[in-house]
Ligand binder design. Structure first.
Ligand code: NAD
Length: 478
């Protein structure tokens, strides 16, 4: 990792070795050591926030066109490091090189160019004479130093989703990536600086959530906490931010349903279910986790899903032929194993997987479970692994009720050839995204965000500017 010799903090335009403890990293796909990571001290964090605060007046006063030019240069600079980014992402997360190369890196570059364009459309409405003999208008203004915290499942893309709308709108930022996978976030900040984005606009501090993460949320110069991660930590962050009345944006957990109606193309739905439940080894907040299948298709669907899952190649994630890489860590695999074992003990049937393969690394076979109770843990709680539960339904109302019967509301899919049914379901499902005859695609132009326990606020798209700007009414009397 190119950053090891320089340290793992990127503060005010340069690398430094953090003053906190040093922690060994394990490559989850091999179980072997992958060097060590230095954590930030509270003094490092303070320097990062102060650097962001010092950079704010200059960066926020640039014209949108100037910020856009910086982002276009940045896209070229980062694009030149695509291979290095993909290899590092695979080594730190255990995800397949195919995924890093075809999804994580190009998705990030697309996000940069999207926000380079969006920065130039950051306008308010010029409006009319509401008060008599006056003109009212709206200004959208950057709010200051953003403190962001991101998870380990898509480290590069999550850094991009947090940093880009914030800086495109004129804010400056301190990001604390997951301490398990900080490498590509550091390269992201380094490349931005190399491309001419001024020192202090993007700062990265690495450390444990419970100390550096909490200190970032509580720092008095941080005006907003923007978080992607688990629902439990998100709620804790909201409580901490409430103490000082800080703005909060939370992208939290998910438990996405995939609903297969009786007129669906069952082959397409089975492929969608396998792709949707095994993407990133199931460690995806929008992954398909609960398949509700019309009773007339249930056997055909589950047989086909089990066949497709059993045929997936698990193994060396650097091999382009590998279909699914490892989980993030051995402890995470233990958590998933225990959840599947408890489902089995409660009477559920495991039709595929339900076990680790015989080779080293934190791998777990793609798993299909049936005959679980709707109110059981495996149906209600986030597993965050390649585990799909399939349950039958008979009526449209029942399908929608079951799909909505979860604390979460991030994403869902419905499979049908009936456009009227598709529109009814899209309206009734309580989730921030509903796919019809698809499960997973995300695009930079469209918002991503949750309902219910999946959080609030939007990443990506021009809607994300709502999180990162203040709206001011200006009235001119004449
Ligand atoms: P996590 O909540 O354990 O950690 C996320 C981040 O929060 C890490 O950087 C961690 O260090 C930090 N953190 C932990 N405790 C903290 C504390 N007390 N104060 C401040 N920061 C703290 O989540 P994870 O295991 O890294 O990621 C998996 C979770 O993320 C899943 O629940 C998944 O659904 C969710 N996720 C959601 C989205 C989305 O867009 N909604 C996207 C990706 C992942």
């Amino acid at each position: 990792m190119s950053t090891t010799t320089h340290g793992h903090q990127f503060i005010n335009g340069s690398y430094r070795v953090g003053g906190g403890k040093t922690v060994e990293r394990i490559n989850p796909a091999t179980g072997e050591s992958d060097g060590s990571i230095d954590y930030a001290s509270l003094a490092d964090l303070n320097d990062a926030v102060n650097a962001a605060a010092a950079a704010f007046p200059g960066w926020s006063k640039l014209t949108p066109g100037a910020r856009s030019d910086h982002l276009l240069n940045f896209a070229r600079e980062l694009g030149a490091r695509s291979r290095e980014l993909a290899e590092l992402e695979t080594r730190q997360c255990g995800k397949t090189i195919r995924m890093s190369t075809e999804f994580d890196v190009p998705g990030t570059l697309d996000n940069i160019t999207f926000f380079a364009g969006a920065a130039r459309h950051l306008t308010g409405l010029a409006a009319g004479d509401y008060a008599g003999n006056s003109t009212s208008m709206i200004r959208r203004e950057a709010i200051g130093v953003i403190g962001s915290i991101s998870p380990w499942n898509y480290p590069l893309q999550m850094a991009a989703w947090k940093i880009l709308p914030a800086i495109a709108a004129g804010n400056t930022i301190v990001l604390k990536p997951s301490e398990l996978t900080p490498g590509t976030s550091l390269i992201f900040a380094e490349a931005a600086h190399a491309a001419g984005i001024p020192a202090g606009v993007i700062n990265i501090v690495v450390g444990a959530g419970a100390d550096i993460g909490e200190a970032l949320v509580r720092h008095p110069l941080v005006v907003m906490s923007s978080f992607t991660g688990s629902t439990a930590v998100g709620r804790h962050i909201m409580a901490m931010a409430a103490e000082t009345g800080k703005r909060v944006h939370l992208e939290l957990g998910g438990k996405a349903p995939l609903v297969v109606f009786k007129d669906a193309d069952v082959e397409a739905a089975a492929h969608g279910a396998v792709a949707g439940s095994t993407i990133n080894a199931g460690q995806d907040c929008t992954a398909a986790t609960r398949a509700y299948v019309h009773v007339s298709l249930f056997d055909a669907f589950t047989t086909r899903v089990a066949e497709l899952m059993d045929s997936m190649i698990l193994g060396d994630p650097t091999d382009p032929n590998t279909d699914m890489g490892s989980l993030i860590s051995y402890p995470h695999r233990e958590k998933i194993t225990a959840m599947v074992d408890r489902a089995r003990a409660a009477g559920a049937t495991v039709l595929a997987g339900g076990r680790a393969p015989d080779h080293p690394g934190a791998f777990y076979r793609p798993t299909l479970i049936t005959s679980a109770a709707q109110d059981s843990e495996i149906v209600q709680a986030e597993v965050f692994g390649p585990v799909l539960v399939a349950l039958p339904f008979e009526t449209e109302d029942e399908a929608i009720t079951l799909a909505n019967d979860t604390p979460f509301g991030l994403a869902a899919s419905a499979w049908t050839r009936d456009v009227n049914l598709a529109m009814r379901v899209a309206a009734e499902i309580q989730a921030g995204c509903v796919w019809i005859n698809e499960h997973i695609p995300i695009v930079s132009e469209m918002p991503h965000g949750g309902y219910k326990a999946s959080g609030f606020g939007k990443d990506m798209s021009a809607y994300s500017f709502e999180e990162y700007t203040n709206i001011k009414h200006v009235l001119i009397s004449h």
